[in-house]
Design a protein around this ligand. Structure first.
Ligand code: FES
Length: 372
């Protein structure tokens, strides 16, 4: 968390005055509040002062206090409390406020901060050499569900990865920040589930509901592929932020593994654009009637309760069935679940063969670990 103090005296201007237009606006804004409640205009006035000068100076605080007949200390309290107010000069083209609170931290904000240190300046609240960019870590900005995120001026940029943030910073530095659409930087609407609604669906719609993509599968909406693939040759070897494509790929695979079946299920829930294979397709694996004691398909890594339910709907109840799937059948199921190759990657057939042959004991013998 940044320390909220006024800038040193030597950078403080001697006086502050709203421009002619802003003075008219300020007067009208104060008038919006009932008599005796004019102090409620303190935040909009401070914000306008910041927009005019780029940061909130001591003179601006005193000027706003005078306009609202408030003690200086009261306005100072407001200005120093909210991180939206910049108390010293910041980047003229972008001041990147990276949320470092728990949800964002768990989703990678430390990597975003490392990027800011590398790309902008090692120290927060310190403009880069050209004076165009600066950054700081801030507390929760209220878009936790789309973590990690940054705020630049009044806009938030969410669901970020390091390459996406690097792209955004580059656009702002080039004076083209308006090229980047604020909000989620993946294929989702506001904070809706990735891929579309997954709950509160009518039963008949539920079966046909779009299957959600994993967040990691969602294409960044505005980052040229070169950003994701750009090698970080100037990165310190120990800097975890600046990952090579190979590292990123390995991490992604590791993350998939950690996320386990739950994530796998989430990944299979919906896909807006991918056409689901037809149930009439000749490659659909043959189903059977539900046996009295179906196998626990959830023992196969990548199958959770919902995927098991879908397999049951397809008439798949036993390990032996899965073990017998030919390539075309595996591809059909993979497409039906929108698994993007997960069935092959997790080798469902090998897992199912072991489970069909000797249950958990055989699985341990083959894979050296318990199923799931
Ligand atoms: S924790 Fe980052 S926006 Fe809430």
């Amino acid at each position: 968390m940044s320390v909220r103090r006024l800038a040193e005296e030597n950078v403080q201007p001697a006086a502050f005055a709203f421009s002619k237009d802003n003075a008219v606006w300020a007067k009208a804004t104060i008038k919006k509040y009932p008599k005796g409640r004019e102090q409620s205009a303190v935040i909009p006035l401070l914000m306008r002062a910041q927009e005019q000068d780029g940061w909130v100076t001591k003179a601006a605080i005193e000027s706003v206090a005078d306009m609202l007949a408030m003690p200086y200390i009261r306005v100072l309290e407001v200005a120093t409390f909210y991180t939206q107010f910049q108390l010293k000069p910041v980047g003229t083209r972008a001041h990147v406020q990276v949320c470092g609170t728990t949800p964002c931290m768990l989703r990678g904000s430390e990597d975003l901060i490392s990027l800011c240190k590398k790309r902008i300046h090692p120290n927060p609240l310190t403009p880069n050499e050209a004076g165009t960019l600066s950054w700081e870590e801030v507390e929760c900005q209220g878009t936790c569900v789309n973590a990690p995120m940054v705020m630049i001026f009044k806009d938030t940029y969410e669901d970020l990865t390091v390459p996406q943030l690097e792209y955004i910073i580059d656009r702002f530095d080039a004076g083209k920040g308006s090229d980047v659409k604020p909000g989620p930087q993946i294929d989702r609407i506001f904070s809706a589930p990735v891929g579309g609604p997954t709950t509160l669906l009518a039963p008949e719609k539920k079966a046909a509901a779009p299957r959600a993509k994993k967040a990691s599968d969602s294409a960044a909406v505005s980052v040229p592929p070169s950003y994701a693939a750009r090698p970080k040759t100037d990165a310190p070897e120990t800097d975890p932020t600046l990952k090579t494509p190979a590292t990123a790929k390995a991490e992604s695979a590791a993350n998939d593994k950690i996320a386990g079946d739950t994530k796998a299920e989430g990944g299979a829930k919906a896909a807006v654009a991918v056409a689901k294979p037809s149930l009439e397709d000749k490659n659909r694996p043959a189903g059977i009637a539900k046996p009295d004691a179906p196998d626990d398909l959830k023992l196969i890594s990548g199958v959770g309760p919902k995927i098991e339910g879908t397999l049951h709907e397809l008439g798949i109840f036993t390990f032996a069935q899965v073990a017998g799937w030919k390539k075309a059948e595996r591809d059909w199921v993979d497409g039906y679940l929108n698994f993007k190759g997960r069935i092959e990657r997790d080798d469902w057939v090998k897992q199912a063969k072991a489970l069909a042959k000797g249950g958990e004991a055989e699985y341990i013998k083959v894979f050296g670990k318990k199923p799931r």
